[in-house]
Design a protein around this ligand. Structure first.
Ligand SMILES: [Zn+2]
Length: 101
């Protein structure tokens, strides 16, 4: 909430500066907008860090932790190499037998 609030406040200040002053208002508006974006980024980063620390400590936390989701990588049971197809292993040539058929 603080991150979004700072971004909105900075945007309002940027628009206000742009409307109030003409040319120097443009420069000040750009710097206010960049500052608002950077503070939004900083607050988001801090929030993510707190969530990660809470997760490591085993505490409850709100929000979601961004990042890659879990993926399943299939490996050959014969040679242990990663499988690229579901028919046969590219490394050792063993055919893949599934439990379905
Ligand atoms: Zn293999």
């Amino acid at each position: 909430m603080v991150a979004i609030g700072s971004l909105m406040l900075g945007s309002l200040i940027a628009v206000g500066l742009l409307l109030t002053f003409s040319w120097w208002g443009l420069v000040a508006s750009m710097s206010a907008a960049i500052g608002a974006f950077l503070s939004w980024l900083l607050f988001r980063c801090l929030a993510e860090h707190l969530r990660l620390q809470k997760k490591i400590a085993g505490c409850d936390f709100e929000g979601t932790i961004t990042g890659p989701y879990e993926e399943t990588i299939w490996a050959c049971g014969n040679c242990g190499q990663m499988l690229h197809t579901d028919l046969r292993c590219d490394s050792c040539g063993a055919e893949i037998a599934s439990d379905d058929n």
